[in-house]
Design a protein around this ligand. Structure first.
Ligand code: DC
Length: 226
């Protein structure tokens, strides 16, 4: 089974989808980590970020493995390095490159074929898994997303204003919604869940119920009347 979860940065996707996967006994696929891994390798290998042919080669050849939250690139744990602000700032051309996306979507499908997955990203319900068993579009208002992000940064010892974070979020939303392929959008058959004013626990409960209802529905529809 595949549960596809898409939505903008800061809606709480990665936290709640990890917890949801645990509750369901599913594996978890963080597809943003794949674009981050290609960006990290491009920076380390001094590949120009507009050289889409070499970026595509990297995406085709990358040896990427996941073990829970740990991301291995070429056998090494690079979980922290893929999440630096520099990688986040420079990811745009990698995520925009059509051939990179083709290779990474192929890898996502290959991984997903090995078990039951909750897969999280921007294009999971639209491009990677259009036939997913359940699709959820997780969203939140810009202000809530910014407040959450500012609190995370404060915990990490960085003081930024909510207004500064809002301007960052607007740029990321624009990039996510305007890429040529795999742009962020709600699949027609996705259920939208807004996380404003909800605790993580509330959101996970809500998603678990949506998935369980959907699975029950699929089971009912597969019983053909005599
Ligand atoms: O979810 P995240 O912040 O780790 O994602 C990192 C970047 O990768 C983000 O800017 C959008 C991009 N991305 C994408 O284009 N398609 C996906 N399926 C997942 C992430």
């Amino acid at each position: 089974m595949i549960i596809a979860i898409d939505g903008p940065a800061g809606a709480g996707k990665s936290t709640v989808t990890r917890l949801l996967a645990n509750r369901l006994g599913f594996l978890f696929l963080d597809t943003g980590a794949m674009y981050r891994a290609v960006t990290l390798l491009a920076l380390e290998n001094h590949i120009a970020l507009d050289d889409t042919a070499r970026l595509a080669d990297l995406a085709r050849e990358i040896d990427l493995r996941f073990d829970g939250d740990v991301v291995f690139i070429n056998g090494e744990d690079r979980s922290a390095e893929i999440r630096t602000p520099e990688v986040t700032r420079k990811i745009k051309t990698v995520a925009d490159a059509v051939d990179v996306r083709e290779h990474l979507v192929a890898l996502q499908r290959k991984i997903a074929a090995t078990g039951n997955f909750v897969s999280e990203g921007r294009d999971q319900g639209t491009v990677a898994f259009p036939n997913a068993d359940c699709k959820i579009y997780l969203t939140a208002s810009t202000r809530f997303r910014a407040i959450r992000r500012a609190l995370q940064l404060k915990e990490a010892g960085k003081n930024v204003t909510v207004e500064e974070v809002i301007s960052d979020i607007n740029i990321r939303d624009y990039n996510d919604e305007n890429r040529p392929v795999g742009r962020l959008m709600k699949a027609e058959d996705a259920i939208e869940v807004n996380t404003d004013n909800k605790t993580v626990e509330d959101v996970v409960d809500e998603l678990e119920q949506i998935v369980k209802d959907r699975i029950a529905n699929l089971a009912d529809n597969s019983i053909t009347p005599a």
